[in-house]
Ligand binder design. Structure first.
Ligand code: SF4
Length: 359
């Protein structure tokens, strides 16, 4: 869908600063569209059979990482499908640190995890994120549609925790009650997971069927207006892992710097900013409903914030690390910050990756 098709004004008429519209701060790299799980809500429609969408070679991925680094990007996440199913996963993981990325995270369903990966992640400071739907195996596995996924994911979470590797878990609400979500968060806390957030399923991919709702831009959390892109296994580039209706180029056809500086990306980021991010923020709530607070200082050292009331920047994005914030490139206060929420908000966040299991 073109931006003009959604009926917004031209970029020149609007207010998103150019640096936000063309920069690259965070890279999602999808290493495969395949997954050993078949989660009911998967936004990438992944299954064990969807590898036919995988066109990028290891050399292509290395080129993308090098191009992103040359553009100033220092934070990235490997994701999928299940990224560990890419046969070059180890090589690409090592390359991310060799190239110089300062923040590297693997979003995986954690149904598999070999010792080599654990040892390297520990030595290189690489973090892991996953999704856990319930403390009860039967609930979790009804969502992943895999009978061994809970035990495998939890076991591998424990291995990471025992190795002092930074872990992050998203609890995506699909049909669990709010009480079940809170119980699951306590279960993960007791397990020793470093960072836990809950969120709701989004109407993208199979999430459309779960919610009986067509995907639309307002389903995005709104953070992706600022400095991030996703490169899919077929080379397609999107402003966000979920924003697949709004492709802005393909790395098999166009150098990344031209895509990052393109009008297409500038247009879609501006549209997300104007039609998703700003209206929610102006309502006294951050996207997805948390009370608005001050933006973090630009240039702030990446570090995981304490748990507690989220800032607008860290708010409800379970798909990327809390350290990656939509900092505003304007020196003045760019966002209308209000103290009193105008509308009640469910505790939710964007969803994402999940756990994984058998082959
Ligand atoms: S683990 Fe992630 S990629 Fe795999 S099916 Fe579930 S949501 Fe999709």
């Amino acid at each position: 869908m073109s931006i003009t098709a959604v009926g917004v004004s031209s970029v020149s008429d609007r207010t998103v600063p150019r640096s936000a519209a063309v920069g690259l701060d965070f890279l999602w790299l999808e290493l495969t569209n395949r997954c050993n799980l078949k989660c009911v809500h998967c936004y990438t429609d992944s299954t064990p059979q969807t590898g036919y969408r995988d066109l990028l070679t290891a050399e292509d991925y290395l080129s993308v990482m090098n191009q992103a680094y040359a553009l100033g990007c220092r934070k990235m996440q490997f994701i999928g499908g299940e990224p560990q199913l890419n046969r070059d996963f180890h090589r690409l993981l090592v390359a991310s640190k060799t190239i110089g990325f300062e923040f590297v995270e693997v979003f995986t369903n954690l149904t598999r995890l070999d010792d080599e990966t654990v040892h390297f992640a520990r030595s290189a400071g690489i973090g892991f994120a996953t999704s856990v739907y319930s403390d009860r195996p039967e609930v979790h596995q009804a969502i992943t549609r895999n009978r061994s996924s809970h035990a495998r994911t939890i076991n591998n979470l424990k291995r990471l925790i025992d190795s002092d590797i930074v872990t992050r878990a998203a609890v995506i609400q699909i049909d669990q009650t709010s009480a079940e979500i809170q119980t699951t968060k306590r279960f993960l806390t007791d397990l020793g997971v470093w960072h836990i957030r809950d969120s709701r399923v989004r109407a993208f991919g199979r999430g459309e069927d779960v919610l009986s709702q067509r995907s639309q831009m307002s389903e995005l959390c709104g953070h992706c207006w600022s400095g991030r892109i996703c490169v899919a296994p077929d080379g397609a580039v999107y402003p966000c892992v979920m924003a697949r209706q709004w492709p802005v180029g393909n790395v098999l056809e166009t150098p990344l710097d031209r895509i990052v500086q393109s009008n297409a990306l500038k247009e879609v980021r501006t549209t997300i900013h104007d039609t998703v991010w700003m209206p929610k923020l102006a309502g006294g709530r951050t996207p997805d409903g948390h009370a608005a607070e001050a933006q973090p200082d630009e240039g702030e050292e990446p570090s995981y914030p304490d748990e507690g009331e989220p800032t607008p920047a860290e708010c409800p994005q379970t798909c990327i690390p809390l350290t990656v914030t939509p900092t505003c490139p304007q020196s003045c206060n760019p966002t209308p910050v209000t103290c009193d929420p105008i509308e009640p908000t469910p505790e939710d966040e964007p969803d994402h990756k999940q756990p994984t299991p058998e082959e």
